[in-house]
Design a binder for this molecule. Structure first.
Ligand code: SF4
Length: 222
């Protein structure tokens, strides 16, 4: 990446971090993935009970490795033997100390946008865990909520549906069917495997300091 692009991204992340803080959400800027891991570590205590949403970003950034390091009591659903155990982890997550996830998009106005199918992820974001840490690559920062909606329908949901082997139209066409009819936030397909069910904009946090966003100067996840 050339210097001009680096400066442009830096300014965008600084604007976003400033507006997140105005919305009572703590914000950090990480130089790279290693820095994001260090910041994440500084926000958790040893033996904390931690959990996470399904996230390519957590794996790509190295944060998932930190979670599995043994320093924490990780409610790891990948180790669950059956669906009942997975559901049990989802419920226990509500009393976790820390929930880690990415966001589908973050606006420069300081809003978080998340779309979920099973919705255990958005549920834990909204209420339950004492602390929620978002790791967000610079590719997910957009100008407005409208841009966030479009981002999910074009860049986030189709590859996620593909990753999760969902039989949805977007896995074939590469974008949401709703775009043909204007692409309003809640419009979508009527597939059994639809992963876009609940659409959540987090605009302001009453519980100051509960949400922390680490904006990374690297592209991560979808
Ligand atoms: S609503 Fe359906 S087609 Fe549209 S992005 Fe979501 S899963 Fe894909």
């Amino acid at each position: 990446m050339n210097e001009i692009m680096k400066r442009t991204i830096e300014r965008k992340l600084e604007r976003t971090a400033e507006n997140l803080r105005k919305n009572n959400i703590d914000a950090y800027i990480a130089e790279d993935c290693a820095d994001a891991v260090k910041i994440t570590e500084s926000l958790m205590k040893e033996n904390d009970t931690i959990s996470c949403g399904g996230s390519v970003t957590l794996a790509e950034s190295g944060v998932l490795e930190l979670m599995k390091s043994g320093k924490y009591n990780f409610l790891d659903r990948s180790q669950a033997s059956d669906r009942e155990s997975v559901e049990d982890i989802y419920r226990r997550t509500f009393t976790a100390d820390v929930f880690l996830t990415s966001a589908n998009a973050v606006t420069e106005n300081g809003e978080l946008y998340n779309v979920d199918g099973n919705s255990n992820r958005v549920a834990a974001i909204l209420y339950g865990p004492k602390s929620v840490i978002f790791i967000v690559g610079c590719n997910k920062v957009v100008r407005t909520v409208d841009d966030a909606v479009k981002r999910v329908k074009t860049c986030a949901a189709p590859p996620n549906a593909d990753r999760l082997n969902c039989n949805t139209p977007c896995t074939v066409t590469g974008e949401c069917v709703s775009l043909k009819a204007g692409g309003d936030m809640p419009s979508g397909c009527r597939s059994e495997g639809r992963i876009c069910c609940n659409y959540v904009v987090s605009a302001w946090q009453r519980n100051k300091g509960r949400m922390k966003v680490i904006l990374v100067k690297e592209s991560l996840g979808f």
